[in-house]
Write a protein that binds this ligand. Structure first.
Ligand SMILES: Nc1ncnc2c1ncn2[C@@H]1O[C@H](COP(=O)(O)OP(=O)(O)OP(=O)(O)O)[C@@H](O)[C@H]1O
Length: 599
């Protein structure tokens, strides 16, 4: 990164932090400056002390009284200002922190597609940002501390020069300490980057090892030891760069101190010699002595300022990267067209391919399909065949890396993704367990009708979830989730049925996707449900809804108009169930294999 880019990024970061702080709480932002005034007053202490000592040496009681009075007054006023500023600073810290948390959540969820959530680089940046979320909140705090520190540095150096110009040599001896700042900041940046991925892995392994969901498998498969081993290795890889950094920091700090105190000792000896000879006044020598400690602090303060500003700029830079990246992704999804109210022809996939970010092998290749309006298509195939990827492409969550998907002759890329998504309905294998009231948990499948009891009951009926409703104590008002007052828990299958009902809330979707929402149900129930969807789809053919069923169970898809068989990301067969059975190919083999399992 060039110096110019660095300066530009820093100034962008500073503007972001200051403008956010001022926008969130303008009065507090202003009050924070009181602290800087207090710091500047505090700097004058050695001056009053030197006057006092000089007054005592010259038996000048008036000077002594004046110096003592000024000393006490500046302590009182300085402390009051610091107190005011500090309170404002801490109040500001929380509000700015919440503001950034909210904006991060908004940015990550405002992208209509999910390709970026599969990108390891994006996830690493997000992980570091989560770890450092607090430091964005602390940004104004850091900035003010730096401002106070800078005021202190300027004041101390000016006072030191007043005491004796040779004291500037001592200030210069602090330069190596200052120069070490950027070096340490660079090392820290590298250590953070090196620890991000293992940190994510350690958090994931810890979650697997401690969550009730993974608990059963961990025990049955005897995974506790290997998991502990991998967790230890990941944690080691996470903290190793941090330990290395701490060691190098210590070595640099010791070297810097040795240089400073060597020069300071020599200059003081020189001043004492001149004071004995009468060439330096008692006041100047006293001031010089009092300022040595503060001068030593100067290089530390400057270094901290550089370090803090670099860290702050890095953290703010990541936030700005997220802002830019979000804008870039959104700009690439420039579709503004509206989807048709009722599809006339249907979806056409023309040589569609998709490659996940950072992966060489495509998950889908050369997929060409026609999904007619009002039709029911079943996607079948073994694990990893590409069914969910295809569904995500049709839903507009992912964008094809090659080929096009069109609806009634219009490329999906030209349609506003949010408008497209608003016309989809469905239930997915990774459904959410929404711990709201039962009615709300289903109703939000169509936000406009979330409180429409009749619509919710209809969706529960169509999702074959009425049995869930009758099994809970307070009907639609039942709170779901045992961690809430009066909350009830549901079985995996019951949660799944609610997710399916949620997918039935939208009445006239363009596409209704049912991506293995029935995995927790038995084969007979799944069969019955898919038959019900197919019948519902056929009875409402005039709405043009394209129904896509995804399943592993071949027996449940016989009623679909069209069965598409995927294998290793390619369409290997398509046709009706009867056609495919007669063909005696891949579908027929797999169907026979599963059917034998049920005999
Ligand atoms: N987030 C991802 N990053 C990289 N590769 C992925 C990702 N998700 C899926 N894949 C890969 O893409 C291919 C297709 O996966 P997909 O989930 O679409 O298959 P599927 O047919 O739905 O499988 P299943 O029946 O197990 O749900 C697989 O090889 C899988 O490993």
């Amino acid at each position: 990164m060039g110096v110019l880019t660095g300066v530009r990024n820093l100034s962008r970061a500073l503007r972001l932090l200051v403008s956010t702080s001022v926008r969130v709480a303008p009065w507090q932002a202003l009050l924070c400056l009181g602290e800087t005034g207090g710091v500047i007053l505090g700097l004058l202490q050695p001056l009053y002390l030197a006057w006092f000592v000089a007054g005592a040496a010259g038996h000048d009681t008036q000077q002594m009284a004046l110096a003592a009075g000024a000393f006490v007054a500046q302590i009182g006023l300085g402390r009051a200002l610091v107190w005011l500023g500090m309170n404002a600073r801490f109040g500001q810290l929380e509000r700015v922190g919440y503001e950034f948390d909210a904006r991060i959540a908004e940015l990550t969820s405002s992208v209509p597609t999910i390709d970026h959530l599969h990108d390891p680089h994006y996830l690493d940046q997000l992980q570091i940002m989560r770890e450092e979320r607090g430091s964005l909140g602390l940004a104004l705090n850091t900035l003010l501390n730096n401002l106070n520190g800078l005021a202190g540095v300027v004041g101390v150096v000016a006072l030191a020069a007043t005491a004796d110009p040779r004291m500037l040599l001592v200030a210069v001896a602090g330069v190596p300490g200052v120069l070490a700042g950027p070096l340490l900041a660079r090392w820290q940046g590298r250590a953070e980057a090196a620890g991000a991925e293992p940190g994510r892995l350690a958090a994931h392994l810890l979650q697997v090892g401690t969550s009730p969901a993974g608990g059963g498998e961990v025990r049955v498969f005897g995974l506790a030891d290997p998991l502990r081993g991998r967790l230890a290795a990941a944690a080691h890889a996470w903290w190793k760069p941090k330990v290395g950094l701490a060691v190098r920091e210590s070595v640099v700090n010791v070297a810097v101190q040795v240089i400073f105190f060597g020069v300071a000792g020599a200059v003081l000896a020189w001043l004492v010699r001149d004071a004995v000879a009468g060439a330096v006044t008692v006041a100047a020598l006293t001031l010089a002595l009092l300022l040595i400690g503060r001068l030593q602090g100067v290089s530390g303060t400057l270094r901290d300022i550089i370090h803090n500003v670099a860290a702050m700029s890095r953290t703010a830079g990541r936030f700005l990267w997220l802002v830019d990246e979000t804008a870039r992704i959104r700009a690439a999804q420039h579709g503004t067209g509206t989807p048709p109210d009722v599809p006339a022809h249907g979806l056409v996939l023309d040589r569609v391919g998709y490659r996940y970010p950072g992966h060489d092998t495509p998950a889908l290749e050369e997929v060409s399909l026609v999904l007619p309006a009002g039709g029911v298509v079943a996607l079948v195939g073994e694990n990893g065949a590409g069914k969910s990827t295809l569904v995500n492409l049709i839903s507009g969550m992912l964008r094809p890396t090659t080929g096009t998907i069109g609806i009634d002759g219009h490329d999906l890329a030209g349609i506003d993704p949010v408008a497209w998504r608003s016309r989809l309905a469905g239930a997915f294998q990774d459904h959410a367990r929404l711990e709201f009231t039962l009615g709300r948990s289903v109703g939000i499948g169509d936000l406009a009708k979330r409180d429409d009891e009749a619509a919710i009951r209809r969706a529960l009926h169509e999702g074959a979830a009425e049995a869930v409703l009758t099994s809970v104590p307070h009907g639609l008002q039942t709170q779901l989730g045992v961690t809430w007052p009066d909350g009830v828990d549901l079985s995996g299958g019951q949660w799944q049925r609610l997710a399916i009902a949620r997918g039935m809330m939208r009445l006239m979707p363009l596409v209704r996707v049912l991506d293995e929402p029935t995995a927790a149900l038995d084969a007979a129930t799944e069969h019955e449900l898919f038959d019900q969807y197919t019948r519902a789809a056929r009875s409402g053919r005039d709405t043009g809804t394209i129904t896509i069923l995804v399943t592993h169970r071949f027996s449940t898809v016989a009623a679909a108009d069209q069965v598409v068989v995927l294998d290793h990301g390619r369409v290997v067969e398509q046709g009706t169930h009867a056609e495919l059975i007669n063909r005696g190919g891949h579908y027929s083999d797999l169907y026979e294999l599963q059917a034998r399992g049920y005999r």
